[in-house]
Ligand binder design. Structure first.
Ligand SMILES: [Fe+2]
Length: 484
């Protein structure tokens, strides 16, 4: 059966239809405003875009191939390139012209011909450290790609020093030191409760490694890093090897389980677990400490936001319970109690929080977040999804909002400083906006102080970009200091 045909399922049709296009456009059209000539660097982002129809029913986004896109800013021009990451999995399936790997993170559903080949998809984040551009997914080691051509160099295991089988897609770079602070969960294999914590120096050498066991096996998608601590959130999207072997889902939502926050001193080897009632959180906007109290800003909802991971009780997915509200968790690392507090910061639900990364790990004011709901405002088109970008001043909780427009949704925004020494929050916000009725995507360049104002520039991408997860800005100076 040689026909390539994607399933007639919601995850593969309409605005979620695969794009699969690799290509290059030199000099994207600027349809509004002017691209500042002072912007010198590249916005890299990665999305999940299935190269072949799935072999399992109701497959979903997290299980699709990583397609990296880059926007290189040079003298007011923006050059575009998109390319699949050549993971071992991608290459095997490309040769066979079909999917050989089965369900999300379930090797027991794979074609026997691919046994032993990495299941990594490199579809979640693309980041720069120590002169290397790395595309990553949390179930495997990252894949190094060429920052000019996006050609795949190969798997990066920190010169062989990565003992964990996995590495997070959400490493943090300490702006004081240039260190890459990261971890792997399911570090001894799928569904294991083992966590490996690493710090690599500014040259990419692993200088610290410590191993812990979580109270239970769960998704540890993002985490918090401050000047003096790292924090592992254990949120009850739980995994179980027997369920996986039986062909069940990798994760289920277990509303009966408590949340745990594992606090480890930076470069330390001992974990202290703090405990709270059941709730859901995924991405961290930023975190900081004063030596005693650790503050973590993250959207918090009642239930898991992922409809493809079922409730353990069989309860139907309830979108209202998935609304996440940016909140601040505070842990007293010197207190007697093993609890932590939570304070809500907004009344708008949203996700994909980001900050000015020059202030990552430290006290900060500027953040951006994509919103799904704003009280009293309902888009006339009724389209669900991320409909607004908001900036927030964490000191006052003042918010500025920009509606994406009719039939439009927003992808993750990033903050771009105009120069290394610009004040905190002074710069640009870049964001892809999908124009669904036009089947294309715009790249908006916004003044970070006025995200609700007229864009500085709107750059037109004449195709619809596949749904993105995360991305980062890499300066021209960083690109000039690439690893050999
Ligand atoms: Fe993420």
């Amino acid at each position: 059966m040689a026909t390539v045909r994607f399933p007639d399922e919601p995850g593969f049709t309409g605005r979620f239809a695969p794009v699969r296009l690799e290509g290059e456009i030199r000099g994207l059209e600027v349809i509004q405003g002017e691209v500042p000539e002072s912007l010198r660097g590249t916005f890299y982002r990665v999305g999940a875009d299935p190269a072949w129809p799935p072999v399992v029913p109701n497959d979903f986004y997290f299980n699709a191939d990583g397609m990296v896109a880059m926007f290189r800013f040079e003298n007011g021009y923006v050059d575009f390139r998109s390319r699949y990451v050549r993971t071992p999995r991608f290459l095997a399936e490309r040769a066979a012209r079909r999917s050989l790997f089965g369900a999300y993170r379930n090797p027991y559903t794979d074609d026997p011909s691919v046994t032993g080949i990495s299941r990594g998809l490199a579809n979640t984040n693309v980041y720069w450290h120590a002169g290397r551009l790395l595309a990553s997914k949390e179930d495997s080691a990252p894949i190094q790609i060429d920052p000019d051509t996006l050609e795949t160099v190969g798997e990066w295991t920190w010169a062989g020093d990565l003992a964990s089988q996995t590495a997070t897609a959400h490493p943090k770079i300490d702006p004081r030191t240039g260190e890459l602070v990261f971890f792997g969960y399911a570090a001894k294999g799928e569904t294991t409760p083992d966590i490996a914590y690493y710090e690599a120096d500014r040259d990419g050498r692993i200088m610290h490694e410590a191993w812990f066991q979580a109270p239970y096996s769960s998704m540890i998608h993002d985490w918090a890093v401050t000047e003096h601590f790292v924090v592992f959130p254990i949120i009850p999207l739980t995994s179980d090897l027997e369920r996986l072997k039986a062909g069940g889902p990798y994760y289920v939502w277990d509303g009966s389980k408590d949340v745990y926050l594992g606090v480890v001193p930076r470069r330390g080897s001992d974990v202290r677990w703090y405990r709270g009632t059941n709730r859901f959180a995924s991405h961290i906007m930023n975190a900081f400490d004063d030596g005693r109290y650790v503050h973590i800003d993250t959207p918090v909802g009642e239930n898991s936001a992922f409809p493809w991971f079922p409730d353990i009780t069989g309860a139907p997915f309830d979108p209202d319970k998935t609304k996440g509200y940016l909140s601040r968790w505070t842990i007293d690392t010197m207190g007697e109690t093993d609890g932590f507090t939570q304070r809500r910061l907004t009344n708008c639900s949203g996700e994909f929080p980001r900050t000015d990364d020059r202030w990552a790990t430290r006290g900060y004011r500027f953040g951006v977040i994509n919103l799904t709901d704003v009280p009293g405002q309902t888009p006339a088109d009724g389209m669900p999804g991320f409909r607004w970008l908001a900036s927030i001043d964490l000191a006052t909780q003042a918010m500025k909002r920009r509606f994406a427009g009719d039939d439009s949704t927003v992808q993750e925004a990033i903050f771009v400083p105009p120069r290394p020494d610009a004040p905190h929050g002074d710069g640009y916000v870049m964001q892809l906006v999908d124009r669904h009725a036009l089947a294309r995507t715009d790249l908006l360049i916004l003044d970070a102080r006025q995200v609700d104002g007229q864009p500085v520039a709107t750059v037109k991408i004449p195709i619809r970009m596949p749904g993105g997860l995360h991305g980062n800005w890499v300066t021209a100076e960083q690109l000039a200091r690439r690893a050999a």
